[in-house]
Design a protein around this ligand. Structure first.
Ligand code: SF4
Length: 238
């Protein structure tokens, strides 16, 4: 197996568990897992992207409040009532963040939102790229408002992609909307990012897909049965 272009989520998925990545890659069906959080996050990203196409260049606080409410009301297709409270927190924190940003940034509106950017060997979708000397914002609807290796990997792949597409990057912010916190991702070197990629390429080339078991296996891995029983003969000893 060979790999060519990878996204930060693939890089992270491989790092979390190479076996899970491999089973997904070869098309194992797996068991159904609860993907409602992923669907909710995708919907919120879509609505935020749409908000930026509606808002004016220099909005007042009232306009920000109004447009955010209006866009969420008109464009969010969310049927799962379990997310109602979380959604209210997200809307309220997004409004607060945007009103603060409006005061501080010379140019309020982004250069682009939700854009796919490619530069070999990476690809990715950048949530928000703004002037203010080049700030990347990634909206998070879940998570624990901490920066782990996965966030550092993701943020720095975005930096690599943008800078190689002539968009300078001064800062990468991860905004945890549910918790109302924005954290700045530490910048690494291009060498660090490439080392992460080369490590994955090497392991794939040598067919090394070790299991990385964790307490999350049962919650997030559709291949748990495949993983547990792959070397077992079920009728042995009958
Ligand atoms: S069950 Fe756990 S160890 Fe096995 S493939 Fe899935 S994530 Fe990896």
């Amino acid at each position: 197996m060979e790999i060519d272009i990878v996204s930060p989520s693939e890089l992270n998925s491989f790092s979390q568990c190479p076996k899970k990545w491999y089973l997904g890659k070869i098309g194992r069906t797996g068991i159904a897992i609860d993907d409602s959080h992923m669907i909710f996050g995708r919907e919120v990203h879509k609505v935020i992207g749409s908000y930026f196409s509606r808002i004016s260049d220099n909005p007042t606080d009232d306009e920000i409040d109004y447009q955010i409410d209006e866009t969420f009301q008109e464009e969010l297709s969310l049927k799962d009532g379990r997310f109602n409270q979380k959604l209210q927190r997200i809307i309220s924190n997004f409004k607060a963040f945007e009103k603060e940003r409006r005061k501080k940034w010379k140019v309020y509106r982004p250069v682009f939102v939700e854009r796919k950017v490619v530069y070999k060997p990476f690809k990715g979708v950048v949530d928000f790229y703004g002037l203010n000397d080049g700030v990347v914002i990634d909206w998070k609807t879940g998570g624990s408002a901490e920066l782990y290796d996965s966030e550092i990997r993701q943020g720095n792949v975005y930096k690599f992609l943008l800078e190689n597409n002539s968009y300078p990057v001064k800062k990468i912010l991860f905004c945890f909307l549910d918790l109302g916190r924005a954290l700045e991702v530490p910048m690494t070197t291009v060498g660090w990012v490439m080392k992460e990629y080369n490590n994955m390429v090497d392991m794939v080339r040598h067919n090394q897909f070790p299991k990385r078991e964790s307490k999350l296996c049962e919650q997030w891995c559709p291949y748990i049965l495949d993983c547990q029983f792959c070397k077992m003969c079920l009728w042995e000893g009958m």
